[in-house]
Ligand binder design. Structure first.
Ligand code: SF4
Length: 442
C-alpha cells in the first residue's frame, strides 16, 4: 500500500514553524510520507497575517495551484496558521482546491481534519470558530515521537499561545486568541525530549513570554530557571518580551543561570512616548531606557535587539526623530524595523493621521541606514576577539563553511568540517559585517 503524501510550506514567524513541525510529526507517525510539492496529495500552507505583504503573498501562492487542479484535481490545499483565521473563509469560497482551513487555535484538530479531506473527495472543512478563549492543543507524547524540526541542534518550544495586550496596530490577539500558558510539566517534558535528541539550544517561544503563568498562578522567571537547570541543556533563549512585563526577577535568572544566554529581544516599537500611548504600549520611552540600563548593569555583554515601527498614524517628524535618537542612545545590536502597515480590524487601521506610504518608506530607509552603521560599529568591536559558537548549520554560501551563533546571538561564519556540527567551538573574529561576523577556528 502506498503512503498518503503531504508537504508543508511555512510563511511566517517561529510560532507557525513550530505548529507546522508538530503537524508534520503527527502525520508521519500515522504513516504519511513527507514529499516534495509536486508529489504531494495535500499541501499544507501555513502563513502569517501580521503584515499585509505576507497576506498578499499567500493569496498569490493560492492562485498558482489552479492549472494543476484543472488538469488533475490535485493537490488539495489546507490553509492554516493565523492567515487562515483572517482569510480562510474567503479562500474556501474562491478556490475549489482549498478544502481545509484552520486557525491556529485549532491545531489539535488538524491531523484528523487533513485525513478526512484526503479520504472524502467532496468534503470541505472550516475550523475557524470565533471563540478567542477556545484552544485545541496538539499534545505529543515525548516518549513515543521525535518532533520533526528544521535544525538538529536548536529548537523552539512554545510556552504560551495568544495574547491579551491588544496593541492597536496588531492583529495577533484577534487571530491567535486570548493568552493561554502551557503547563510547566508539558514544557519541561518537551525540553527533556529535545535534549535527549541532541538539541543544545532551546528558545522558549510566545507572543509575550514574560506573561507566562499569569493565568495559572506561576511566573516566567520560575519556568526559565527550571528549563535552564535541566540536565544536558547548554543554552536557553526566549522570545518575545513585552517591556512592561519584563521584570527584574527575569533579569536575575538571566544573570545567575549559566545556561541562559545574554541575549534579549525587547521590542520598543517607537522612541516617542506619545506614539507608544497611541499604540497602547504601556510604558514610556524613559521606562524602556531604565529597563535596558538595569539589564545591561546586571548582564555585561548583553546582545540587545528590538522591533520598531515607523510611520504609525499621526507620527510627526518629532516622533520619528525620537525613534532615531533612541537608536543612537541605546545602540541596539540589531533592529527589526518595519514601515507601519494597516491591518483591517485593528484600532490603528481607522486612526486619523495616516501617513503616505512614500513617507513611511522614506523614514524606514533613514532609520535602517542609521542602524546599519550602529550595528557595523558594534560588530567591528568584536574583531580579534575569541567567541564561543554553537556550530549549528552549513553556511548558505561557500563550500566548506559553517555557521553558528554566539551566546549574545550574533551569526558567525567560519571555515570548518561538517564533522563539528552540533559542537561548541571557539572562533576568532576576523571580519565584521552588519549582518554577520566572519572568523576562524581557534
Ligand atoms: S504584545 Fe502587542 S504586538 Fe505583541 S502580539 Fe500582543 S498585541 Fe501583538
Amino acid at each position: 500500500m502506498t503512503a498518503n503524501k503531504f508537504c508543508v510550506k511555512v510563511y511566517g514567524c517561529q510560532m507557525n514553524v513550530y505548529d507546522a513541525d508538530r503537524v508534520r510529526t503527527v502525520l508521519c507517525s500515522r504513516g504519511w510520507e513527507e514529499v516534495s510539492e509536486d508529489e504531494a496529495d495535500i499541501v499544507m500552507i501555513t502563513g502569517c497575517s501580521v503584515r499585509a505583504k505576507a497576506e498578499q503573498k499567500v493569496w498569490s501562492e493560492l492562485g498558482l495551484y489552479e492549472p494543476s487542479w484543472l488538469k488533475c484535481q490535485r493537490p488539495i490545499i489546507a490553509l492554516t496558521g493565523c492567515i487562515a483565521q483572517r482569510i480562510g473563509a474567503r479562500a474556501l469560497e474562491r478556490f475549489p482546491y482549498v478544502r481545509l482551513v484552520a486557525g491556529p487555535r485549532h491545531i489539535g484538530l488538524l491531523p484528523d481534519a487533513i485525513e478526512q479531506v484526503h479520504s472524502h473527495p467532496k468534503s470541505r472543512i472550516s475550523l475557524l470558530d470565533d471563540d478567542p478563549k477556545e484552544f485545541h492543543a496538539l499534545d505529543l507524547d515525548p516518549d513515543n515521537v521525535t518532533i520533526k524540526r528544521g535544525n538538529k541542534y536548536k529548537a523552539y518550544v512554545t510556552i504560551a499561545h495568544g495574547c491579551d495586550n491588544f496593541c492597536t496596530y496588531c492583529i495577533v490577539p484577534y487571530v491567535r486568541g486570548r493568552f493561554v500558558s502551557r503547563k510547566p510539566d508539558d514544557v519541561l517534558d518537551e525540553c527533556r525530549m529535545l535534549i535527549d535528541d541532541g538539541v543544545k539550544e532551546i528558545t522558549l517561544l510566545g507572543q509575550n513570554v514574560n506573561s507566562y503563568g499569569k493565568d495559572i498562578g506561576l511566573n516566567f522567571s520560575g519556568l526559565l530557571r527550571s528549563v535552564a537547570r535541566l540536565w544536558g541543556i547548554r543554552r536557553v533563549r526566549f522570545v518575545t518580551s513585552l517591556p512592561q512585563d519584563f521584570t527584574s526577577d527575569i533579569v536575575d535568572v538571566m544573570a545567575s543561570e549559566e545556561a541562559v544566554c545574554p541575549s534579549l529581544n525587547l521590542p520598543v516599537q517607537s522612541g516617542s512616548t506619545r506614539v507608544l500611548r497611541l499604540m497602547n504600549r504601556k510604558y514610556t520611552r524613559e521606562e524602556y531606557i531604565e529597563k535596558v540600563n538595569m539589564t545591561r548593569g546586571k548582564i555585561p555583554g548583553l546582545g540587545l535587539t528590538t522591533d520598531l515601527i515607523v510611520g504609525f498614524p499621526g507620527e510627526t517628524d518629532g516622533d520619528f526623530d525620537a525613534s532615531m535618537s533612541l537608536l543612537r542612545e541605546i545602540r541596539f545590536d540589531l533592529v527589526h524595523s518595519a514601515a507601519y502597515s494597516e491591518r483591517e480590524g485593528t484600532p490603528a487601521a481607522t486612526m486619523e493621521g495616516a501617513l503616505p506610504v512614500s513617507l513611511r518608506l522614506e523614514r524606514l530607509n533613514r532609520l535602517n541606514e542609521l542602524q546599519d552603521s550602529i550595528t557595523l560599529s558594534i560588530n567591528r568591536e568584536l574583531t580579534g576577539q575569541v567567541v564561543e559558537v554553537l556550530a549549528d548549520d552549513v553556511a548558505p554560501k561557500g563550500e566548506g563553511m559553517l555557521q553558528g551563533r554566539t551566546p549574545s546571538d550574533k551569526v558567525v561564519i567560519f571555515p570548518a568540517s561538517k564533522k563539528i556540527l552540533g559542537k561548541f567551538v571557539n572562533v576568532k573574529i576576523t571580519e565584521a559585517e552588519a549582518w554577520c561576523l566572519h572568523g576562524e577556528l581557534v
